[in-house]
Structures are given as C-alpha cells and as structure tokens.
Design a binder for this molecule. Sequence first.
Ligand code: M6R
Length: 364
Amino acid sequence: GKGEHRHFMAKEIFEQPQVMGDTLNAMFNPAERTITLPDLGMDLKDISRVTLIGCGTASLAASVAKYWIEHVARVPVEVDVASEFRYRCPPLPEGGVALFISQSGETADTLAALRYAKSQGQRVIGVVNVPESTIAREADAVLPTLAGPEIGVAATKTFVSQLMVLACFSLALAEARGAVAPDRVAALSAALAEVPSRAVEVLNHDKRIRDIAADLAEARDVLYLGRGTSYPLALEGALKLKEISYIHAEGYAAGEMKHGPIALIDETVPVIVIAPSDGLFEKTASNVQEVVARGGRVVLFSDAAGIARMGDTALYAIEMPAVDPFVTPLLYALPIQLLAYHIAVHKGTDVDQPRNLAKSVTVE
Ligand code: M6R
C-alpha cells in the first residue's frame, strides 16, 4: 500500500534514503571503504570503452554516469537512447562493455539495443530492477538496482538506485585502472556512504517545496538549467514535470541559454536552477544573472555557499547539504522529484497513472 502517503510516487520518493543505502550496501564495505562489484566475467582494467544505453529516465542516469566515468576512470563513454542506438548500428570497439539500464528490464528498444551490442561482440551488462526480467536474463552479467517494486509511472527511487550502481561502477573502474589515487577513491566512497543520511535531510524540505509548487503550478512553460552532472538532472526535472503535470518543460545545459532558449524568458517562465557550488558554479551563476535580467523567476537549488553567492537573485532558494561534487546528482534528484510531484498534486492530475503513459514500454 501507500502507507501514510497519498500517492505511490510520494511513498517511493520518501523510500529513497533506504533504497540508496540498500543498493550501496550490496557493493560497499564500510570498514575498508572499498567497492566490490558482482562478478562481471571480465577484468575491469581491460575496459577501454563504455557504452551506456536506456530510455527516458534510465537514459538520463546514463548521462550522469558519463560524467562520472570519464572524470574518475578516464575511460571514454558513449551514451544514447536505445531507440536511436539500435537503428544507428554503431561500430563498437573490441574490448568494449555496454550497460543497458532499465527499471523493468522489458523495454523493447533497450532489449533490442542489448541484442545488437551482443551481436557486435560487446560484453553486455544489465542494470535492472527486476531480476527475472528479459534484459537480466540476456545480459552477460547484472548489476541490480535494489529499489524494490516501483508502482508510480514516474521513475523516482529506481533512478537514484541506478545512479548509485553507476557511481559504484565508476569508482570500481577508476580503481582497477589506477586512474585515481587510492585515498581519493576512499574519499569518494565515504561521500557515497553518507548519501542516504544526507538524503533524509533533503526530504525535510518537502513542505517548503510544496509551497513553492503552489506558486509555480499556473506556469505554461518551465525551464531547468544545470551544468556538468546537473545538466542531465535538469533534463530529468523537465521530464518528470511534463510527465505528471502536463506542463511544458525543457532542460538545458546552462551554457546553451544564449544560443537560443533565453529568447523564451519573461516573467511568466519559472527557471529551475540546479547549481551545487562545484567547479562550474560561477559559470552557472553568470547564466542565471542573464535570466534574471530578462525577468525570469528563478528557483535555486544549491548549498549554503551557493545560496550566499547567488541566493538574492532567486525568487526561492532551497538549501542542499554541502557534499563532494561527485555525489550531488544523488541528492539533487530528490527536490526536483518533489517539485514535480507537488505541482502535479496542486493541478489535480493523476500522479501515479499519468495519461498516455505505461510503466513498462514493451512495444517500440
Ligand atoms: O523500465 P525502463 O527503466 O526501461 O523504462 C524506461 C522509461 O520508459 C522510463 O524511465 C520513463 O521515462 C519513466 N516513466 C520516466 O519517469
């Protein structure tokens, strides 16, 4: 059941500290601060190239992981949505590994993409939530997301579990390749281990986000901006909002604003800014100045330092915990889900069963 919650989506959002912990604990040894993946039937240090494929939210988890893997493991990564990948018939290199990310493990395009990669001699790994699914069966190995059943059509807890698995994969790859110093791997593992308790703090913003949502619910269009790993989160925020509230929303890399989308900005367009104070913060801050100068109403998600620097330009600011930039996607995913959820509830749409959508897309 839904427990104390009105919708499965709310229940699943609030389960996230738990499922992130469960997913991590299956791979993480807290005493030694080391990550051990299930046997993938291959030596991680031989991986010269990674392909990450999914649909919808799963493809956005893949996009976050591209930044992680390239940054910490220094292995080139290609990301694509399954429906494009499968018909593009891309040449795939010897020694490549391809990860197929899917909550259901039954998505038709993702399965077809897996079969293509297998036919091209790739080692294929399923990142799935349903252990007896077709993708789990056909993959050479499985990295399970231990989120439990997800009933809401909108992916929430399975997204953060996918991120957790992919973060661990990135660190294990980095370690195997000697791409980062061992103490850095230990520091990043420790930052991951802290995520579940920090996530509890983030969920305490629920009521505040509900109030902000009430103010945004009349918007016709909403923009989401971010850089680095916050860019795919901007895309995910926009997807979540469209899917359950039917408000038109778009995510952009903040640096792309002046290449077109800034023309959309006026007082009627809320702009959701995902900007932890990482190495890209100042760049995002100057994009936000340009938005504010054109009357944009900014909702800022940042930490104390970021809010001190940029908060007065925002209509609303939500203070996130200060954490290592590596783990920010796992935490910033939560308030953007809550924002979409509360806007949809305010509008009175069917949050758990949005129109035109199916939980599992088994036809292409
Ligand atoms: O079961 P899958 O993870 O393969 O599903 C992929 C997408 O259909 C799914 O993530 C969809 O985008 C969600 N409804 C988004 O919330």
